[in-house]
Every structure is written in C-alpha cells, then in structure tokens.
Design a protein around this ligand. Structure first.
Ligand code: GLU
Length: 458
C-alpha cells in the first residue's frame, strides 16, 4: 500500500443522523480502523438555513453515542470558503471554467435546439455577476471506478458545462466536495449510492484541477422489511431514536455493520474488535440491505445478557436517569435475562421501587375463585422463611402446591400480580427475595384483603 488510507464522513447537518447515515459513518470508521488509517469528520454546512448549530451538535452527539471517534475535525465546509475561492480562481485563470450569463431558461432553449441528450455549452462572458461553469470535454467518458460495482461510465457529451459557482462567488455542492476531498488528502470515499450521480461531476472538477481522484465505494441504500426505502414508517429512524428505545451502542454497531456486509446471516453476534479486524469495504454486497428492527432487538437482547452486571446496571441507570446503587443492581440482576432493550427493564423492576401498578386486566385474569385462599396460604408459608432467599422461598411454597393440588402457575401468577400488579416480572422467587419479606407479605396481604371484600373485578 502506498498512501496512508484517509477516509471521511461528511454529513449535512440538516437534521438528525439517520440510520443510513450512521451505517455510512460506521463503514468509514471500520475501514479506517481496519487499515490503521485516518477518519476525518467534515460537516457539509454550506446550506446556511438548514445547517444549524443544534443540528451539528445532534450529529456529533449521535456519533459519540455510537462510540465512533474521528482523527480530524469536525471541519466546517462553509469555513473552507477561502480555499474554494482559490480553486475557483485557478480554474477561471486556466480557462477550465468560465463565466456565463445564461439563465436556466436560456439553457432550456439551447437544449431544445441541440437535442435534450447533448450537454449545454455556454458562451464565455466578462460580465461580473454571471455564474461560473466548468468546461466539460465533448469527447470521451468519465468513469467512476467503484469499489463495489466496478467501472461505471458516463459519456461527457451528455453533461452540461455545469455551474460550479453562483454569480456571487459562492460555490456549489459538487465543487466544494471535490475540492475538499482533494485538499484534505482523502484516499477513499465511502458514501450512499444516492451520490453516484454526483461522482462524475466531482471527477470532472478534480481532473480540471489536476488532482488524482480518490477511490469510491457507493453503498446500496437501506430498505425496510417491506422492501421500501427506510423511513420513519419502519420504526426508529434516527440514532437518537435508537438510543431512546434502549439499544446498546455495541449492538447497534454490530447490526448496522452486518447490513450489507459480512456474513449472509445478519443476526451474527460480533464484538466491535472483530468487526474492525474483518471489515473490508470491498466485501460490501451490491443489493439493498434490509433494516429490520426486530432483528436488532433480538441482537440487543443477546448483548444485554452478556454484559457484566456492573456494566448492565450502569447502562440501565444511565437510561433511567437513576443512580447505579445497590438496590438498582439487585433489581438488574434478576431482570437481566428478561429484557431485550434497556427500555424494557423498568416495567420489570418497577415493583421494587414503587407500589404495584394497577392493571385490571392482569388482576381479572388470575385473581379467580380460590386465589384468595391460595394467597393466604402462601403468606403463612412465607412468614417464617429465613433467610428470605429464592431457594428457601421456593421450598416454602412447594407444600402449598401439594396441599391445594394445583399447578405452579395457579399459585405463582396470583403472587406475581399481588406483588407487582402486572402479570410479567422476573422469576417469582427472585422477585419475592429482592422485594423482601416485609413488603412481599404486606402486598400479598393487601391482595387477600381486596379479594375478600368481593373485588373479583371480572
Ligand atoms: N453531505 C452528504 C450527505 O450528507 C454526503 C456527501 C459525501 O459523502 O460526499 O448526504
């Protein structure tokens, strides 16, 4: 390898970082880390109205949450206006670009005369406020050597001498991108294939400036499970939404990496170090990849279960905005097997921090004829248990099952509803143990009381 690999991630800060953009960022990051190369973060903020400081912060925040770091930047593209002006002046000087006073209407008229398939060629003028166009060769073709799809040729003749700067000297998007990629020493451009049609224009600018082009890889877009372009309709659409939904950054990296790259099975568990070791842009597939939040959820559950308890507690604490204290740790310990996302943890452990929830459906379903008697017997059996621990609790309740000749669920579901209010909780013995004898007995007693006053709530 000759040059050191230099990649860039170049988001336009016009809103939140979307899942497709996050995957592009991840692929650039993985490619850079795999090769020991460098990743530059360039903020394409030339659209002054939409590129707000909040949007920039939102994108940086999303990248930080994903734990994707960069080696240089963030570089503001708008801040590079002086460099763009210099490059523009060079092209005007050499004659590779020229001022042309034609309006869009004039270009239309020109095309009507010359045929729609031929690229517009303008007439150079000295008029100061005129737009600046790049001279596109009449002959030959511009070839994008795409790392994923091979050479893609675009006939030069079909390209207009396109506008690279407005009359006021502000440059256009494809010009800024080409100049920045060249001057920032970018060796590899990895971006969504919605940009493929821009690439010939950027190559023409680079050629006019005498710069070697970078290598390009245009990534197939992400689709939802219904085969349509990924959007809000398919669930969480932005990185912020994934965070709020309680996914772990490592699971998100794993899942996004597998969307279009690697194995055929996009539910393979792969720690980030392994992704870095194995990732090659060249191995990205050419078909659109399907983002399926159900698979991410499943994968996330696997990551959650494998976390050491302290890390798990810390992640839950951060998500809930609570302290990672002993009480939370004990709660996490019994919920860890059950939750697929951080968001799912609270409903499972809430009963340890607050009174039982009021869920009339859960109550009606299990507090049937005889439940009061069973609960009263359970309370008496639990009373003397010491230490109040899962195995001892289980042993104490077993004779109650025998005595009433009922299956486990007939007893445990009413207990569960009595102590949590809901029909879903961590294991019943663990739940009782962490809740403690006093609170368990008090809640079971309250349920017996409610049942005896005839509140069968059907
Ligand atoms: N700023 C462009 C975008 O957010 C990306 C440009 C590029 O990667 O060349 O879609």
């Amino acid at each position: 390898m000759t040059d050191k690999l230099r990649l860039r991630f170049a988001p336009s800060p016009t809103g939140a970082l979307h899942i497709g953009g996050a995957r592009t960022a991840l692929y650039n990051w993985l490619a850079a880390r795999h090769e020991g190369g460098e990743l530059v973060l360039r903020i394409e903020d030339t659209d002054h109205e939409r590129s707000t400081a909040e949007n920039v912060e939102q994108i940086l925040d999303a990248l930080r949450w994903l734990e994707l770091d960069w080696d240089e930047g963030p570089v503001s593209q708008a801040g590079r206006a002086p460099a763009h002006a210099l490059a523009l002046a060079r092209l005007l000087e050499s004659g590779a670009a020229y001022r042309d006073s034609a309006t869009a209407k004039d270009v239309e008229a020109w095309k009507a005369e010359h045929g729609a398939g031929s690229g517009y060629r303008g007439t150079p003028t000295e008029e100061p406020g005129a737009a600046i166009r790049l001279r596109v060769p009449d002959e030959g073709e511009t070839v994008v050597e795409d790392l994923l799809r091979g050479p893609v040729a675009f006939p030069n003749r079909s390209y207009d001498d396109f506008v690279i700067a407005r009359g006021d000297g502000s440059v256009l998007y494809n010009f800024a991108v080409a100049v920045d990629d060249a001057e920032m020493g970018i060796t590899e451009v990895v971006r969504g294939d919605d940009h493929l049609s821009n690439t010939p224009k950027q190559l023409l600018v680079l050629a006019a400036l005498g710069h070697e082009p970078p290598r390009y890889a245009h990534l197939p877009l992400l689709h939802g499970p219904d085969g349509k372009k990924l959007s809000k309709r398919h669930g969480a659409a932005s990185v912020q939404e994934l965070r709020d939904a309680g996914y772990l950054p490592a699971a998100v990296r794993n899942y996004l990496a597998l969307l279009g790259w690697g194995t055929d099975d996009d539910t393979t568990l792969m720690p980030t170090a392994e992704l870095v070791a194995r990732f090659r842009v060249e191995d990205v597939g050419r078909a659109a990849a399907i983002f399926d939040e159900k698979k991410l959820r499943w994968l996330n559950g696997r990551f959650m279960r494998e976390l050491p308890l302290d890390d798990y507690t810390a992640a839950v604490a951060r998500h809930l905005g609570r302290e990672p204290d002993e009480q939370l740790r004990a709660a996490c310990e019994i919920a860890q097997e059950k939750a697929q996302t951080l968001e799912e943890v609270w409903p499972l452990i809430r009963f340890l921090f607050e009174p039982p929830v009021d869920d009339p459906k859960a109550w009606a379903k299990v507090m049937k004829e005889g439940a009061g008697e069973l609960l009263a017997a359970a309370a008496s059996a639990l009373e003397p248990v010491d230490p109040f621990e899962p195995a001892a609790i289980e042993a104490a309740l077993a004779p109650v099952l025998d005595r009433f000749d009922v299956k486990a669920g007939k007893l445990y579901q009413p207990i569960r509803v009595a102590i949590t209010g809901s029909s879903v909780s961590p294991g019943i013995f663990e739940s009782l143990a962490v809740l403690g004898r006093e609170r368990s007995l008090q809640r079971i007693g309250a349920a017996v009381e409610r049942l005896s006053t005839g509140q069968l709530d059907v």
